[in-house]
Design a protein around this ligand. Structure first.
Ligand SMILES: CC(C)(COP(=O)(O)OP(=O)(O)OC[C@H]1O[C@@H](n2cnc3c(N)ncnc32)[C@H](O)[C@@H]1OP(=O)(O)O)[C@@H](O)C(=O)NCCC(=O)NCCS
Length: 173
């Protein structure tokens, strides 16, 4: 991770962020192909409570976004991690981990109750994400739905992601 800085995303980063997200998710079995549209819609709508980029001398090498989780059940003040993407030629060097940990710091500073993610447990458990029995995201198999509380309260119920997650086409120019 030498020579890499993590900073807040700006409007000027958007085009490069979308290129990066497209490249990172391209061809992956778990990818929907809509990830750049989701990031575009999250950013453009102001739905990204925290949006971070990782940068080195070659430009952007990673990005991670956090948005509000609407929980129909128990739990307020929760956030959702995603999209999270590292440029293919910079993966497995700790960039994704650094983005997640920096995001947690910012969420904690904003009084967040914790973070929810839909993703591969083999990757996310190392950060403390765990399966919570009564937590569900419609359309996503339960084993991929995990939560990390910032205090000792766990959420339960159905989680609705930000409406940007339904985006199927670009919204910015
Ligand atoms: C997933 C992703 C963000 C991880 O970022 P990264 O910078 O490569 O990850 P880090 O260097 O912080 O962590 C590397 C570790 O994670 C593991 N890892 C990386 N991607 C993984 C995955 N998809 N599943 C399981 N483990 C994974 C590596 O094996 C490595 O483990 P090790 O340290 O025990 O060898 C990056 O690989 C990426 O952009 N992937 C494509 C987009 C994607 O799948 N995003 C997440 C969707 S939920």
């Amino acid at each position: 991770m030498t020579g890499i800085i993590i900073r807040n995303q700006t409007d000027a980063d958007l085009a490069a962020v979308l290129t990066l997200v497209t490249a990172a998710y391209r061809g992956l079995p778990h990818a929907s192909g809509t990830e750049p549209f989701i990031m575009d819609a999250l950013w453009t709508s102001g739905g990204a409570v925290v949006a971070l980029v990782a940068e080195d001398g070659t430009g952007l090498v990673g990005q991670g976004a956090f948005s509000v989780a609407h929980i129909f059940g128990k739990g307020t003040g929760w956030h959702v991690l995603g999209p999270l993407a590292v440029r293919p030629d910079r993966q497995r060097r700790g960039v994704g981990s650094a983005l997640i940990r920096a995001g947690f710091d910012r969420l904690r500073a904003k009084g967040s109750a914790g973070c929810i993610v839909a993703g591969d447990p083999a990757y996310y458990q190392r950060f403390g994400f765990r399966r919570v029995p009564d937590l569900h995201v419609p359309g996503i198999p339960d084993p991929y739905v995990m939560a990390l509380p910032f205090d000792d309260t766990l959420p339960s119920g159905a989680v609705d992601f930000h409406e940007a997650f339904a985006a199927t086409e670009p919204v910015s120019n």
